[in-house]
Design a protein around this ligand. Structure first.
Ligand code: NI
Length: 179
C-alpha cells in the first residue's frame, strides 16, 4: 500500500498532455494502478488521475461501487480503472454542478459538463471498455480525463461568482469528497 503525494494546482506537471500507455498488463502499470487506488481511498476522493501523482500517463481511476452515505442522491459509479480514454459527447446537452478536486483542496466551483457521453478505453490488462453514461458518472469521467489533457476544473468554469472555499459555500459540510 503506497499513498502518494497529490500535486496541487500550480505544479506544471498538472498541465501536461499525458502520454498513452503502450505496455499493458505490466508490473509498472499494475503498481501505478495500485498506488492510484490507495491514494484515492486515503484522500476520500471520487477519482484520481495519474498526473495528479506526477505520472505522465493516461490512466485514471474513479468510482467506489458502494453507496456513499454523504451523497445518497448520487448514482453509484462502478470502481473503474480506465487507460487511454476517449470521450465522445452524445449530444450538445450540458449541465452545471459543483466540483472539487484533490489538486485544488478546500475549494468548490460550478462547472458545466456534457450530460451524456460515451467513453472508451482499456482496463490495465488491455481489455476494451465502452460505456454510455450520463449524470454524475459522466461528470466524474470528464473531470478525471481532463487531468490527462492538462485541464483542471477551474479552467472549465464559466461563472467565477460560483467558485469559493468549501467551508464558506457549504458551512454544514464537515466531511467532503473531492474528485
Ligand atoms: Ni481532479
Amino acid at each position: 500500500m503506497t499513498v502518494r503525494e497529490i500535486l496541487k494546482m500550480g505544479d506544471p506537471r498538472l498541465l501536461r498532455f499525458a502520454k498513452e500507455v503502450t505496455d499493458f498488463d505490466s508490473d509498472t502499470l499494475h503498481l501505478l494502478v495500485s498506488d492510484l487506488l490507495d491514494t484515492m481511498r486515503a484522500a476520500n476522493g471520487a477519482g484520481l488521475a495519474a498526473p495528479q501523482i506526477g505520472v505522465d500517463l493516461q490512466v485514471v481511476v474513479f468510482g467506489s461501487g458502494e453507496a456513499n452515505p454523504r451523497y445518497p442522491d448520487r448514482e453509484l459509479v462502478p470502481r473503474t480503472v480506465l487507460v487511454n480514454p476517449v470521450i465522445t459527447p452524445i449530444n450538445d446537452a450540458t449541465d452545471n454542478d459543483w466540483e472539487g478536486c484533490l489538486s485544488v483542496p478546500g475549494m468548490r466551483g460550478m462547472v458545466p459538463r456534457f450530460t451524456h457521453i460515451r467513453y472508451t478505453g482499456f482496463d490495465p490488462y488491455g481489455d476494451p471498455i465502452d460505456r454510455t453514461v450520463d449524470g454524475f458518472h459522466a461528470r466524474v469521467v470528464q473531470h478525471e480525463c481532463d487531468h490527462l489533457w492538462g485541464k483542471l476544473y477551474p479552467m472549465r468554469m464559466t461563472d467565477f461568482s460560483q467558485f469559493g472555499f468549501t467551508e464558506v459555500l457549504f458551512p454544514g459540510l464537515v466531511d467532503t469528497q473531492d474528485d
